[in-house]
Write a protein that binds this ligand. Structure first.
Ligand code: ZN
Length: 139
């Protein structure tokens, strides 16, 4: 995806996430008290309410839980990228992410497809996206 797509909004909770993405790393928050690993970044652990947060590198691999192929752009900025795939990915570490499937064969996605992270330039940021495991192309 390219063009005038919106850049990520970075806040205090997600700053480390976006900094790692800029380096080509997918990271997840982990609770230092109960060990829960999660996505999206947030100030407190949703399991035990601890504010004691750490970051861990994710493998960048996962499985498609569900997906949809978008044919009608929700905003004008997405119009030239239609059709595109929006998917829920179950990361191997456990958290579920909403993301895009990009690259070669993206439209062949199926529930249960194995995927791997790749990174798309989005202004000053890099946006974690996913492609089918072993597929080429993408950003
Ligand atoms: Zn916790």
């Amino acid at each position: 995806m390219v063009g005038l797509l919106p850049e990520p909004f970075v806040n205090a909770d997600s700053k480390a996430y976006w900094a790692a993405a800029k380096e080509g790393r997918l990271v997840l928050q982990q609770c230092a008290d109960c060990g829960h690993v999660e996505f999206m970044p947030r100030h407190v652990c949703p399991k035990c309410w601890s504010e004691n947060r750490t970051w861990t590198d994710a493998a960048g691999t996962g499985t498609v839980h569900s997906f949809s192929i978008v044919h009608r752009a929700p905003l004008p900025a997405f119009r030239e990228d239609c059709p595109y795939v929006v998917a829920l990915i179950d990361l191997d570490e456990g958290p579920r992410m909403i993301t895009n499937i990009v690259g070669d064969g993206a439209y062949q996605v199926a529930i249960g497809s194995k995927v791997e992270v790749c990174f798309e330039d989005r202004g000053e940021a890099k946006l974690p996206q996913f492609r089918l495991a072993g597929a080429g192309g993408g950003p």
